[in-house]
Design a protein around this ligand. Structure first.
Ligand code: ADP
Ligand code: MG
Length: 265
């Protein structure tokens, strides 16, 4: 059965689109057939993160209106034959699509894939409803900030009210040095508030931003990086593997001792 996963948060700018692009690519690397669906109308940046913006001819709007077939609207990724993107409309009214239309199109697409992953807009208005209407499960993304955690909490309530029971959490942009110095809430505190299972913790890392700007998801980079490993591990956990979490504090401690040693030398 196809798994339709919505990536959501409530608050904007916490890393939903980044995570959608990296998890989709990582699942495709595991041999799964993946359709990424951009439900963030007006912004349309999932295509940029995937480096597919120049290959877009049709969008979800034309597919819904029947102006093109669904197959024609799906943009294929040259680097990842298992991955396709259904682009969002640009400069179109957000009200142009209804939840019923969205559900129909996502259900039709997902029939041919192992995973359909829907990138959600910020907020909890129509765009949010469109992004969750077809979902069978959800991944909530939060950063270690109270404002983001509070919005995540609210969204969890809304998802449960919609009957989406399988909900897991990604804590993104964790800065071990801030946790160490007690300058931010830690993962334990976040779990105490949200009480949903955590499926991944991704450190703050500028390589994520560089890869975003380049239109190449970090998981495609062969050079090892902690965030790249974190994304790949999440994909494997989605697939059901029971993997230990990366010790982000340990890597920070090592760096810290290395720097100290440098200064002593
Ligand atoms: P959203 O889709 O939730 O609005 P984005 O995925 O667009 O968020 O990410 C917002 C910004 O945060 C982008 O500039 C992105 O590169 C950056 N970002 C996301 N995750 C990380 C991370 N782990 N480390 C550093 N920067 C990140
Ligand atoms: Mg986004």
């Amino acid at each position: 059965m196809t798994r339709i996963i919505t990536i959501t948060s409530g608050k904007g700018g916490v890393g939903k689109t980044t995570i959608t692009a990296n998890l989709g690519t990582a699942l495709a690397q595991l041999g799964k057939k993946v359709a990424l669906i951009d439900a963030d109308f007006g912004l349309r940046n999932l295509d940029l993160l995937l480096g597919l913006e120049n290959r877009i001819v049709y969008t979800i709007i034309e597919a819904i209106a029947g102006e093109c077939t669904i197959e024609k609207a799906l943009v294929k990724d040259k680097r990842q034959p298992n991955l396709v993107l259904l682009p969002a409309a640009q400069n179109r009214n957000k009200e142009a699509v209804s939840p019923e239309q969205m559900k129909e199109i996502v259900d039709r697409i997902s029939a041919n894939f192992d995973y359909a992953i829907v990138d959600c807009p910020a907020g909890i208005e129509l765009g949010f409803r469109n992004a969750i209407v077809a979902a069978t499960e959800a991944i909530i993304v939060t950063t270690p900030e109270m404002a983001a955690v509070r919005d995540a909490d609210r969204v969890i309530g809304l998802l449960e009210a919609e009957g989406i029971e399988k909900i897991s959490l990604i804590v993104n942009r964790l800065r071990p040095e801030m946790v160490q110095l007690d300058r931010t809430i830690g993962v334990e505190d976040i779990l105490d508030i949200l009480r949903i299972p955590v499926i991944g913790i991704v450190p703050e890392d500028e390589r994520v931003i560089v890869s975003t700007n380049r239109g190449e998801p970090l998981v495609l980079d062969e050079r090892p990086s902690l965030p790249g490993m974190a994304f790949k591990n999440i994909a494997r956990r989605i697939e059901g593997d029971d993997l230990p979490f990366l010790d982000l504090m340990a890597s920070y401690d090592n760096l810290f001792t290395r720097i100290r040693r440098l200064f002593k030398a």
